[in-house]
Design a protein around this ligand. Structure first.
Ligand code: LMR
Length: 401
């Protein structure tokens, strides 16, 4: 009976936004969800997206096509999607299937279903810590997972030796879930030399690299530079899974637009993998929504719009870098305890991992109206320059009490 169903716990990230909405304090800050905001702390609609949306709406015959056409449009766009990160892969004649899916989460869930069915019993190795939804996704798909060390609280940096040791110790043929860039939640990425070493170990152990690529552009401001890790693995001829989202870098959160990319060793493998992924999709959501796909495809398929997107990407990433700097400067100016705040500048992308305890986070929220996730992550995308000093006061008060 429905009566037997128990209440589900609130989502660790989306639940924070609910609590934020219910607060009417004028200085409140939502540093919970990783969603880009303008200096006025409002959602940002990219100019390229506005332009392309007008064009799409003018072609009204395109708007509400049948399911079969949705598939057709998605596959038609494959090569255009590739321009953003896997163009070089295709040039090297490594075969790649690229299918639109329901944003980053949908792509991860589709890949998880593939692992559950065709690699039964294989483990997915997940960084510790990781995005709040990863474990949820693999649990839901009944895929076993374990953690590899990633964050070192002593250095507030990467535990590289621990990471390598744990990947080495995992059973051969495991999937290693890596964050393509701008690691969520820590904001700490391996260096290019460290990526090479990670690739060596994954190859030695015949593991399969599985990238979550949700923040392309937010690490360096440059779409190309942020694809370095995946290109490096692909250049070695390795098979790869890449769950890509355009939610953040094109501001298309609610359009749920992303792609699951599978780099296989032969075109025959790619065809069979594609047929199975289509089958899994058909049994779950049948076909993906098409509006976001049309926007992305039109932007990446038009050199002028593509360049405009790159410029807007730089602006978004630049705004986050500048609030990082201002927050750091405010902390240094106000705090005379000698605490080292440099981690704020060292971390990249939307997030920083503060190391605040649950009690300190509780103080941030109840006393200062600053909302953040319970793991101590803050999303700098939700901070404005005008509120940096206020946030610095909140941090100093919470850290030292
Ligand atoms: C986040 O980590 O905050 C974002 O990826 C948004 C989400 O859905 O969790």
């Amino acid at each position: 009976r429905f009566n037997d169903i128990t209440m589900a716990p609130p989502d660790p990230i989306l639940g924070v936004s609910e609590a934020f909405k219910a607060d009417d304090h004028e200085m409140k800050l939502n540093l919970g969800v990783g969603a880009y905001r303008t200096e006025d702390l409002q959602p940002y609609v990219l100019n390229v997206v506005k332009k392309v949306s007008c064009f799409i709406y003018s072609c009204s015959c395109l708007l509400h096509e049948s399911v079969l056409c949705v598939y057709y449009i998605c596959f038609e766009y494959v090569l255009k999607f590739d321009i953003t990160f896997s163009y070089k892969i295709c040039r090297q004649k490594i075969l790649c299937w690229n299918g639109e899916s329901i944003s980053g989460t949908g792509s991860l869930r589709l890949a998880a279903a593939l692992i559950e069915r065709y690699f039964t019993g294989s483990k997915v190795l997940i960084s510790s810590p990781t995005w709040g939804n990863h474990k949820n996704i693999f649990n839901d798909a009944r895929v076993p997972w374990s953690e590899y060390r990633y964050y070192d609280p002593k250095t507030v940096g990467l535990d590289f030796d621990g990471m390598i040791a744990d990947i080495k110790a995992a059973p051969e043929g495991s999937f290693v879930l890596l964050h393509g860039c701008a690691h969520n939640p820590t904001g700490i990425d391996p260096t290019p030399a460290q990526w090479e070493r990670i690739a060596d170990v994954i190859q030695e152990k015949s593991h399969i690299p599985f990238f979550d690529f949700a923040y392309q552009g937010f690490a360096s401001g440059c779409l190309d530079k942020d694809a370095l890790s995946m290109r490096l693995f692909a250049a070695r001829g390795m098979e790869l899974l890449i769950a890509q989202s355009y939610g953040k870098n094109m501001g298309l959160y609610a359009e749920r637009i992303g792609a699951l990319n599978v780099v296989c060793s032969s075109s025959e493998d790619a065809k069979r993998v594609k047929s199975q992924l289509k089958r899994i999709a058909r049994a779950t959501y049948s076909s993906p929504p098409v509006h976001g796909a049309r926007i992305v495809a039109n932007v990446v398929g038009n050199p002028d719009l593509f360049n405009e997107w790159k410029e807007e990407m730089e602006l978004m990433a630049g705004r986050i870098t500048s609030v990082r700097k201002k927050l750091y400067d405010s902390l240094i100016a106000k705090d005379n305890s000698g605490k080292d705040w440099s981690f704020i500048l060292k971390h990249i992308g939307m997030f920083s991992f503060t190391g605040l305890t649950e009690a300190q986070i509780e103080n941030m929220t109840s006393k200062w109206h600053v909302y953040m996730t319970k793991d101590g992550r803050i999303s700098l995308a939700g901070l404005s320059s005008a509120k940096c000093e206020y946030l610095a006061d909140a941090f100093i008060d919470s850290f030292h009490n």
